[in-house]
Design a protein around this ligand. Structure first.
Ligand code: PA5
Length: 443
């Protein structure tokens, strides 16, 4: 069932102005779709929900079963698009305290992430934590050369080889990388690790529905068939090139219209803490796709009502260069009802019989009204409830909106040339062969 409804009534743009983009949107739609099946173009994610490798999909499920059976912990080694997608889905769809739950309640391995920073504390603490646990590793890198995951993999590979026999250590390491190239691929071939392929025509931040995301997600016990089914529903729903009938494209257009009105910061808001990493995934998707050529909306995130007590003042009355996109989850699970207390010392009896979710929704409605009146335009994305199908739909919605929005902005939403700059400097400072500045050597 299709479950996303987008509400633009507080976006402060006129429908007729939105429709001025109809021809441009339809041209971009045709351009993207003409490239979707081309292995040399970065648009493989567009038809992925229908056009994925079914053999690989079954291999992922089987590997997940094996990891579930023999591991207390799955270490996911990756950075950026190679870990944010799986973390977003896992944290949205599992118990808030999943990793802290007793194994009998959790039933599936703890999922821990490493290789997304260079912190000595983090690595040391993780080494201590896993010392007495059975571990499997999924190391994920499309390029196979990214420094942070490469360093983490070197450290944890050694730990695995000390902990288990070489044969067993190898059988507990799963590599997700390019089919042919990169240092990680070479290493995987040499050590005969189980490997999964990231298709050439799907970039890192668009790869959550490939093995990159699917293996950790499946290990966490999430139904990946349902996730793909959700993405398929959205693929079908948003296949219309006509802007009038395509809310995903309307979101992309309205973002650009707001940007033209100097609203150059978008805050993606959730009222559900489980969505924290979904917002992190979204920030990377839009930030890395659009922020180039000195253009682009700065993507930021907020978790309300928590951040209403930190960022709320700024949003209400600070610089007026913001707009908000709120993800509203219509139904909550097992709601909690407020009860009557005889002495009412906390003055909460007026809420008697109301559910906590009702209170949360009223906080949302009140905030949207306040922020809109404070000149912060609002877009509301409604999903029925948090489940695998709806998250699959939302992933596809944002991927497609991002590609469309970036194209409307006139940049290439599929590359990330700016990310190389810090790497080059870091490699020079570290003296990596090929990067050493000759001049500074001579001095
Ligand atoms: O979206 C992207 O392409 C990047 O964020 C990458 O995912 C990130 O830099 C990690 O790269 P790799 O998977 O090659 O290690």
């Amino acid at each position: 069932m299709f479950n996303i409804k987008v509400d633009f009534k507080n976006a402060r743009v006129f429908e007729k102005n939105v429709m001025n983009y109809a021809k441009l949107v339809s041209d971009i739609h045709n351009e993207l779709h003409s490239k979707a099946a081309d292995e040399n173009e970065p648009c493989g994610w567009l038809n992925l929900p229908t056009d994925y490798n079914k053999v690989e999909f079954e291999r992922i499920k089987n590997a997940a079963k094996k990891i579930q059976a023999n591991s207390d912990v799955l270490l996911v080694i990756g950075i950026g698009g190679s870990y944010l997608g799986s973390r977003a889905v896992i944290e949205s769809l599992t118990n808030t305290f999943y990793n802290m739950q007793d194994k009998s309640a959790r039933k599936t391995p703890q999922i821990l992430y490493v290789g997304n920073n260079l912190s000595t504390n983090y690595i040391n603490d993780l080494m201590d934590y896993i010392a007495d646990k059975d571990v499997s590793i999924n190391v994920i890198s499309k390029s196979g050369t990214t420094t942070e995951p490469a360093i983490a993999f070197r450290i944890f590979r050694e730990i695995m080889e000390n902990k288990y026999s070489l044969k067993e250590a190898r059988s507990r390491i799963y590599v997700t990388t390019d089919a042919n190239k990169g240092a990680l691929k070479k290493l995987a071939d040499k050590e005969k690790y189980t490997t999964f392929v990231i298709p050439d025509n799907i970039g890192g931040r668009y790869s959550v529905l490939t093995a990159v995301g699917l293996l950790p997600i499946a290990v966490a016990g999430i139904n990946i068939d349902k996730l793909m089914e959700g993405a398929r529903i959205a693929q079908d729903k948003y296949s219309d090139s006509n802007l009038k009938y395509n809310e995903c494209y309307k979101y992309a257009v309205i973002r650009n219209m707001l940007y033209a009105k100097e609203k150059n910061i978008e805050i993606l808001v959730t009222y559900e803490p489980k969505m924290y990493y979904f917002i992190e995934w979204w920030k990377q998707l839009f930030g890395e796709s659009e922020g180039k050529e000195q253009k682009g909306i700065y993507p930021s995130g907020a978790e309300f009502t928590t951040d209403l007590h930190s960022l709320g003042q700024y949003i209400q009355e600070g610089r007026r260069n913001l707009f908000e996109t709120v993800i509203n989850i219509e139904k909550s699970s097992n709601d909690i009802k407020m009860k009557l207390e005889e002495d009412d010392l906390d003055n909460l009896n007026y809420l008697e019989g109301k559910t906590l979710d009702f209170v949360n929704k009223k906080a949302m409605e009140g905030t949207i009204e306040a922020h809109t009146e404070g000149d912060v335009p609002n877009i509301k994305i409604n999903i029925e409830k948090l489940d695998a199908s709806n998250i699959g739909q939302l992933i596809y919605f944002f991927e497609l909106a991002c590609a469309m929005s970036g194209k409307i902005l006139g940049i290439n939403p599929f590359n990330q040339p700016g990310v190389e700059k810090y790497k080059t400097n870091m490699f020079k400072l570290l003296g990596k062969p090929g990067y050493v500045d000759k001049k500074s050597n001579e001095e």
